[in-house]
Design a protein around this ligand. Structure first.
Ligand code: FUC
Length: 783
């Protein structure tokens, strides 16, 4: 363990300036709490730095002689509109159910694999545009005084270096308001900027680049066909070069800039995607409009508009967990050193990075964050970089409401709206059921049938889990017009289960069948089963939120009564022979093929749900804890992050902090702070931000808990701008391991039951009202 002195940020920054004498370039801003920085260009993709408008994004490598901007468009996917429903599925359903009830899981799996899976059996992949390459003739491979960084607060990636006697600066932003990625190149000498621009794409559809006019380069092409589904999307990416003092000439499939004082590149991208069933858009027209409009604005204007837009979201939350001299090092070195170094500011940086990433990849009008958010450099990425909705997509949105990014949930809501349409067809054709269903994955085309293999895909509660986010968005924001808008989606998800739940002949209770506990083999012939604990819990939440919504909206009382009766018949939680929370109706946990399996699906009730809580259902919480102990802490990225949230819910701050250490270490965090599943998967980043929030503030079971799992490693700190259920903002400040103050700012009228340590207080707040609490001797008082 490196012993480092804890100090305030101010003192450290002063220290950094002193250090700056020795290290002229990098050091002055090194202790900035919002800065990822490096002393060398990115070699690997997971060293490059992400920017994004929510719709289009770039990974910035920071090369000297050649800069590589790897580009993405969130609607560039393989395939086109398709309906994967297998016409044989409905006839196979009774047989699969019968085989499961008879305990012949192997045979049920065979039948499901043969007749119950989607056609095609796999979904479409998210793709990449490729690279915009900037080659700088005359510049060396490596340069002096090199530093590159990503400023999370400014949402700007900057590369600075000297070559010869010239100092170069390259800045990259991805502007949501102006719908372009803008790159500004400057130098401290006149006429010093010369570069050649070209596109390179790994897509098999071989997009072609051509110059348009004297200053524009256009890459146009299509997505790829996949699994027998034809490529339906056209895409276009265009870059316009604006320069001062130099020349631009078109040179075949490239552009050459010579002798400029300053260069501004404006990059736009679009596809013909309009909706899952409409690919009639005109990408060239969309891009022309965006580039034309952005060209009318000087860089400082583009920058100011971008930063104002970003900061409106980003600055809602501030975090300080303390800092040490470890924070002076480049980010990659800090990650490497983190297992043996006290570096609480690295956790704070990771926290805000999660928020930065969500702002950059999930904005209204765009697609939701996929398995890699927005950033992917491959034509065939891992797991298709799709939407895996048996944990991953949901985890992406865990931090959204509590950390002040409710707007970022909009694309997820829109995806559920689409799924309620495509999933209605799947519900009808596969199950003969009303409502809608989505299984464990979906894609740009909103496919909803079971994919990959019965042991992964035959899981009917993916759409229902997504509906939790619809309800949570209401619960945090309390906007009734929004609730009225999404209620039909929740209602449709519930109706599917009214029609498809089956009676367990042994107990008379109702369960899902066929299903699985994602993606865990229970050791009795496979994964297929009736009534995995997670399904019962998700459906319980879905029914409860529908009942509550119907009451708030004053509608649908007859259905609410049906749901209440069905909810009472759902098979309840069970505690098994090892004291664990049973993952299945049978006590099979000890027989499972992988005892340390990464999914902890049966613990959904503890987090993200609050059906199980240490202070409400202590016996179940103890069983969940036992399950967690058996599963172990070490896993893949998102699975570690889930455990972090769960241990926070158990009130175990030090244990949670230890798990956070596993997530932040070099095994699970790449140099650019992307989460390693491995390979890269963004859910761990978001789950990490969520888990840290849960250590400081929990909003559950109708209560707000302050410092419920504060670790001893963070004796003093603050986390301000958080949101709790009931439309209230919360700022938490603590010192020497105890609460100093908590400020509540109400956005709507309401009563809040607030707890800290042993004490509690009720706050009746009117919209706009602000109240400060202190806690002397653990007793909460209004200040
Ligand atoms: C689920 C997980 C895998 C991976 C994939 C994208 O299937 O079990 O670990 O995260 O989604």
């Amino acid at each position: 363990m490196t012993v480092t002195r804890r100090t305030t940020l101010g003192a450290l920054t002063a220290g950094a300036t002193a250090l700056g004498a020795a290290r002229s370039v990098a050091a002055p801003a090194a202790a900035s709490p919002h800065r990822l920085w490096y002393r060398q260009p990115a070699k690997e993709w997971v060293e490059a730095l992400p920017v994004g408008t929510g719709r289009i994004g770039a990974m910035v490598f920071g090369g000297v002689a050649e800069e590589r901007l790897q580009l993405n468009d969130d609607t560039l996917w393989a395939g086109g509109p398709y309906d994967p429903v297998n016409p044989q599925a409905r006839a196979a359903l009774p047989e699969i159910r019968r085989l499961i009830a008879a305990g012949d899981i192997a045979e049920a799996t065979k039948v499901a694999d043969a007749r119950f899976l989607a056609t095609p059996r796999y979904q479409m992949s998210y793709q990449t545009i490729g690279d915009l390459r900037l080659a700088f003739p005359g510049l060396p491979e490596t340069a002096d005084d090199y530093v590159r960084d990503l400023d999370l607060d400014g949402a700007i990636a900057t590369t600075r270096f000297s070559a010869g006697a010239t100092r170069f600066t390259r800045e990259v932003i991805a502007s949501a308001p102006d719908r372009v990625i803008a790159v500004r190149l400057t130098a401290d000498k006149a006429k010093a900027l010369s570069l050649d621009l070209s596109f390179a794409s790994p897509l098999n559809s071989r997009p072609t680049a051509r110059a348009e006019g004297a200053d524009t380069l256009v890459l146009a092409g299509t997505g790829e066909a996949q699994n027998g589904v034809e490529a339906a999307l056209k895409f276009e990416c265009r870059v316009r070069v604006l320069n001062k003092g130099g020349t631009v000439v078109a040179d075949g499939a490239g552009l050459a800039v010579r002798g400029a004082d300053e260069v501004l590149l404006l990059i736009a991208s679009a596809t013909s995607y309009r909706r899952f069933d409409d690919v009639g858009g005109d990408p060239a027209a969309i891009n022309r409009t965006a580039v034309e409009a952005a060209s009318a604005r000087p860089w400082r204007d583009l920058l100011a508009r971008h930063q104002a837009d970003h900061r409106k979201l980003f600055r809602r939350v501030a975090v300080d967990l303390g800092t040490t001299s470890a924070a002076l090092k480049p980010t990659d070195e800090r990650i490497k050193a983190s297992p043996t170094t006290d570096d609480p500011a690295l956790a704070a940086l990771y926290y805000q990075y999660g928020r930065y990433l969500l702002i950059a990849c999930s904005r209204p009008g765009g697609q939701p964050a996929n398995l890699q958010g927005l950033w992917n450099d491959q034509a065939a990425p891992p797991w298709g970089s799709k939407y895996t909705i048996n944990i991953n997509t949901e985890m992406n949105y865990w931090p959204a409401e509590p950390t002040g990014l409710a707007e970022c949930v909009a694309p997820l809501v829109e995806m559920v709206r689409d799924l309620s349409v495509t999933g209605a067809r799947t519900a009808q054709a596969m199950y003969g059921a009303r409502g809608w269903v989505a299984h464990h994955n979906t894609d740009l085309w909103r496919a909803t049938a079971p994919i990959d293999g019965a042991k992964y895909g035959v899981w009917p509660t993916g759409g229902a889990w997504l509906c939790k986010h619809l309800w949570d968005h209401y619960d945090y924001g309390r906007d009734q017009a929004y609730l009225a808008d999404v209620y039909p989606l929740m209602r449709g998800a519930a109706l599917f289960f009214v029609d498809t739940l089956v009676r367990d002949p042994r107990t008379g209770q109702v369960v899902t069948s066929p299903s699985i506990s994602p993606e865990n083999d229970h050791g009795h012939g496979g994964s297929l089963v009736a009534g995995p604990t997670m399904d019962q819990a998700i459906i319980r939440d879905l029914f409860s939120s529908c009942i509550a919504a119907a009451a708030i909206l004053g509608t649908d009382a007859p259905l609410a009564a049906i749901l209440a009766a069905a909810r009472d018949r759902l098979a309840p939680y069970k505690i098994g022979k090892d004291g664990q929370l049973q993952e299945w109706q049978d006590d099979w946990d000890a027989d499972a093929k992988e005892i340390h399996h990464r999914h902890v699906s049966h613990l959904y009730g503890l987090f993200p749900s609050d059906q199980i809580a240490i202070d409400k259902t202590p016996a179940l919480a103890a069983a969940a804890r036992r399950s967690l102990e058996i599963r172990g802490d070490l896993s893949t990225g998102w699975a570690i992050a889930w455990r972090l949230n769960l241990w926070a819910r158990l009130g175990e701050g030090d244990h949670a902090h230890g798990i956070l250490g596993l997530l932040l270490g070099p095994e699970r965090t790449y140099p650019n702070m992307f989460d390693a599943h491995p390979p890269f998967q963004i859910d761990g980043n978001f789950g990490g931000t969520s888990g840290m929030t849960e250590m400081i503030l929990q909003s559950r079971n109708g209560e707000i808990l302050l410092l419920p799992a504060l670790p001893s490693a963070w004796p003093s700190g603050r986390l301000t701008g958080l949101r709790a259920r009931g439309a209230v903002g919360v700022d938490v400040v603590w010192a020497r391991g105890r609460l100093e103050s908590a400020v509540f700012t109400a956005a709507a009228d309401g009563r809040h039951h607030v707890r800290y340590a042993g004490g509690a207080i009720d706050l009746d707040l009117k919209a706009g009202q602000r109240v400060r609490l202190t806690a002397r001797d653990g007793v909460l008082r209004k200040a």
